[in-house]
Design a protein around this ligand. Structure first.
Ligand code: ATR
Length: 274
């Protein structure tokens, strides 16, 4: 049986083993996928060990995505621009790094939530790893404009520079402070980690209107604080469950060449939680 795993620390909460087991049974692929706790100072050794055991590929989660980027011998363009790797493939002694988070986000918004990004006004909140990972796939959708807002404005400005450097997009990109945000947006994506502390970035509620989609990359069993705020301002909301499933589906596709369906899993996790 081909073997895969997810590396993280902590890792006990990870839904990846159950997600990939469901994908495998749905597509009839014979594989094993487990969670592996890597020591904080032992990510590389853990990966080498797994390769020595015959592992074919691995997902990488917090806090190892930057180390996985550094470890890869080869990178996809989207991983190179993200500066982070969440999917590793091992073949013939090579470690190939990819990043499926951004494409997972875009697929969930455009396909599952049936919300176009092309030609729309896009607001990205946050400028850390999650925002950076989403940047190239979002720009590839050719929004009318992209505004990046962050608590630390210099980091938003860095992302704007990076966006210009990719040359995939010639539209309007700007960095703003929370206070400088004005007018409404069609799609508002929360890529800050504020929801982890049940906090909401201090943005004016006028960024939302009744045709907006507010998307919190975080996923929890209850409604996130960001989505509660957006809903009160009249927006439709969606959390990161769909993104979690789509990034996993893309990794599964990279490894197995078969694209699993995410809709049955979405229904499963939404009704059963956990
Ligand atoms: P991740 O990989 O989740 O993106 P990160 O790279 O540490 O993690 O980035 C966290 C992001 O959330 C940053 O944009 C951070 O803002 P700063 O760049 O100013 O640090 C943002 N963030 C974290 N806590 C926040 C809070 N309570 N309110 C607003 N923004 C917050």
């Amino acid at each position: 049986l081909d073997r895969y795993c997810v590396f993280g620390n902590p890792i006990h909460h990870s839904k990846s083993p159950i997600i990939h087991a469901m994908f495998a049974s749905q597509t009839g692929q014979a594989l094993k996928y487990a969670a592996r706790l890597a020591p904080l100072d032992g990510f590389t050794a853990s990966v080498q060990q797994f390769i020595a055991e015959g592992g074919k590929g691995a997902n990488v989660t917090v806090p190892f995505k930057l180390e996985a980027y550094a470890l890869a011998h080869q990178l996809s363009e989207r991983a190179a621009i993200a500066g982070a790797v969440n999917t590793l493939t091992f073949s013939d002694g090579m470690i190939v790094g990819d990043n499926t988070d951004g494409v997972g986000l875009v697929r969930d918004i455009t396909k599952n939530a049936k919300t176009a990004i092309v030609g729309r006004r896009l607001l990205l909140l946050g400028a850390g790893g999650a925002a950076r990972g989403a940047l190239l796939p979002l720009l590839a959708q050719q929004p009318a404009s992209l505004t990046i807002a962050n608590r630390t404005i210099s980091k938003a400005e860095d992302l704007v520079q990076l966006a210009h450097a990719t040359k995939t997009y010639r539209g309007d990109i700007k960095a703003k402070t929370w206070q400088a945000l004005n007018g409404s947006f069609d799609v508002i994506i929360n890529a800050t980690s504020a929801s982890l502390q049940s906090e909401v970035p201090p943005i004016p509620n006028t960024v939302f209107c009744d045709t907006s989609l507010a998307y919190d990359m975080m996923y929890s069993d209850g409604q996130t604080s960001f989505n509660r705020y957006a809903e009160q301002a009249g927006a439709r909301t969606r959390d990161g469950l769909g993104m979690l499933l789509e990034q996993a589906a893309e990794a599964f596709f990279i490894w197995r060449g078969v694209r699993p369906q995410t809709a049955p899993l979405f229904a499963h996790f939404r009704t059963k939680g956990g």
